[in-house]
Design a protein around this ligand. Structure first.
Ligand SMILES: Nc1ncnc2c1ncn2[C@@H]1O[C@H](COP(=O)(O)OP(=O)(O)OP(=O)(O)O)[C@@H](O)[C@H]1O
Ligand SMILES: [Mg+2]
Length: 249
């Protein structure tokens, strides 16, 4: 059952401080596996866990261990070849996957992937305009979102290439929030950043999870990034295992 409607979805774009848990957004993995066509072994093998709102998760593991494959299933880009993923109790196989990808999950990447020929504000407006938000309203919300990730007014009309890597990733976060989705997936979001910018990005992701109720899942090679998470999973040869959890979580 859909708990997010297009309109209410963007009502979630509350950039004020304070806790908000307007949607549930829990992902439950029931023994999921994934085998690529022609592959000998499974890239993901019997993964079982629950990702809940209000928490920041890290997934670590060596290259080729299946982290991105797992993330692409969580994003609804691929369905497990065995097992099921449940979103708020409903199997992804029963949901409108296009809508799930558009409204329920959002992703940020190592290379930021902003539209180079759009200004920063236009980048953040884009997902809202796709959802039918009036351009004027989208602009107001985009600017609030940009400010909430520390982008200044003077930068609003710049093109992405005129920002530092850390700033570009913060714009990418603002754009992903503009979708209204409450599950934020990040594949090596700090892989191109220095220590100071990595800390800034992790502080934002942590605040989104802990103060705003997002479910944030970060794939990383960086143990400092993993240490910022509430719960850490390790992938090894496609198998997912919880390796640490903050006390009280
Ligand atoms: N399209 C594909 N077709 C066949 N095999 C694939 C495909 N994509 C990935 N694989 C294989 O699946 C396994 C898991 O890959 P995946 O990209 O999920 O690993 P990863 O943990 O994200 O690695 P990295 O840390 O290098 O990004 C690897 O053995 C990889 O070669
Ligand atoms: Mg990967």
């Amino acid at each position: 059952m859909w708990r997010l409607k297009s309109k209410t979805n963007n009502d979630n774009l509350n950039t004020d401080s304070g806790k908000e848990y307007l949607t549930m957004s829990t992902l439950e993995l029931n023994d999921i596996s994934y085998k690529y066509n022609n592959a000998q072994t499974r890239a993901v093998s019997n993964a079982a866990c629950k990702f809940e709102p209000g928490h920041l998760y890290a997934i670590v593991g060596p290259s080729g261990s299946g982290k991105s494959t797992l993330l692409s299933m969580l994003a609804g880009l691929d369905l497990p070849t065995d097992g099921e993923i449940h979103y708020d109790g409903e199997s992804l196989t029963k949901l409108d996957l296009d809508r799930y990808r558009r409204e329920s999950v959002t992703m940020i990447f190592q290379q930021f992937q902003l539209f180079p020929l759009f200004t920063i504000t236009e980048n953040v407006c884009f997902p809202m305009e796709l959802q039918g938000v009036q351009p004027r309203d989208a602009k107001v919300k985009a600017e609030k979102l940009l400010e909430s990730v520390g982008i200044t007014k003077e930068q609003f009309k710049r093109f992405p290439s005129k920002l530092s890597g850390g700033e570009q990733q913060r714009v990418a976060i603002a754009r992903s929030l503009a979708t209204g989705a409450k599950i934020l997936l990040a594949d090596e979001p700090t892989g191109n950043l220095d220590v100071a910018n990595t800390e800034k990005i992790m502080a934002i992701l942590s605040k989104l999870a802990r103060d705003k109720g997002y479910c944030v899942i970060v794939v990383t090679h960086d143990m400092d990034v993993a240490n910022a998470a509430d719960i850490v999973y390790q992938m090894r040869d496609g198998q997912l295992k919880e390796v640490s959890r903050l006390a009280g979580v």
